[in-house]
Design a binder for this molecule. Structure first.
Ligand SMILES: C[S@@+](CC[C@H](N)C(=O)[O-])C[C@H]1O[C@@H](n2cnc3c(N)ncnc32)[C@H](O)[C@@H]1O
Length: 254
């Protein structure tokens, strides 16, 4: 019977010579060498195998793990108002809001799992009980899992512009999306949307300004960008550093 632990321990000695610090005389019998090669293969295999993703529950939940309409008090453990950050990216706004507005529950929804998990990791590091991320498509989440008039506000910052004409149908903000916002945002609640893409802002404004359930308001002020953190989101920082105009919209649900 080969002792694999012994084989693993003597792996160094086989490949790099005896460990003289221990003053041990290593004798290399053939079965031990064979086992050592086996152990080395296990090491190599282990390095090549994808490491299991760190379990980020409850900070990150994939959409396909969710059944039915979500109960916000189950997710957050309280009855505080809920605000959504739709397309939260790596979650700067979500994280800052969770830290600075602890009386509100903040939920990010992000299609790109890598970005969403990155945001969730920041929340987890601070153990922020009022910040969570759902990984998946916001349309599906809002349509199938969010109760009517159950959120205090929805934030949609710097949605992907999909520049090419043939791709514009992939944009997040559509008639259907405005209707979804109207259904999930509570009366007297808010929708905030900023972008650095002028023509997309015209589309968003037109959809929201003409929607019978929303009325436009003066948008929230823009952070001054005094230091690298003094931006609303990562794409806000990027847009400002590139010298882009930032278009800001705020609408109230009637
Ligand atoms: C340009 S980034 C902006 C990220 C962040 N809001 C910011 O301002 O830094 C747009 C984000 O929306 C996400 N996104 C696009 N379509 C989405 C959808 N249908 N559901 C959820 N997220 C979506 C993208 O994956 C991307 O992370």
């Amino acid at each position: 019977m080969i002792d694999l632990t012994q084989a693993v321990n003597s792996r160094h000695a086989v490949f790099h010579g005896p460990d003289i610090d221990q003053g041990a005389a290593v004798s290399y019998d053939s079965s031990l060498i064979a086992a050592t090669f086996f152990a080395d293969s296990v090491f190599q295999l282990d390095r090549l195998m994808p490491q299991p993703a760190v379990d980020l529950h409850p900070f990150f939940t994939a959409l396909d793990e969710i059944e039915g309409i979500v109960d916000w008090s189950n997710i957050f453990g309280n009855e505080n108002p809920v605000e959504l950050d739709i397309g939260c990216g790596r979650g700067k706004f979500l994280f800052d809001s969770s830290v600075h507005q602890p009386e509100t529950n903040w939920l990010g929804i992000e299609l790109d799992y890598t970005e969403g998990r990155r945001g969730a990791r920041r929340l987890a590091k601070r153990d922020l009980a009022n910040g969570r991320v759902i990984g998946g498509d916001a349309h599906q989440f809002l349509k199938n899992h969010v109760a009517s008039h159950s959120v205090a506000a929805a934030h949609v910052y710097f949605p992907d512009p999909w520049w090419k004409r043939k791709h514009t149908k992939r944009r997040l903000f559509t008639d259907e999306f405005a209707n979804l916002l109207s259904r999930i945002v509570r009366h007297e609640g808010f929708v905030h949307s900023w972008t650095d893409v002028g023509d997309y802002f015209e589309v968003i404004s037109s959809l929201m300004n003409h929607h019978p359930d929303f009325t436009p308001l003066e948008p929230a002020p823009e952070p001054a960008g005094i230091d690298d953190e003094d931006y609303l989101t990562n794409f806000h920082r990027r847009g400002r550093k590139m010298g882009c105009t930032i278009y800001r919209g705020l609408w109230k649900r009637m």
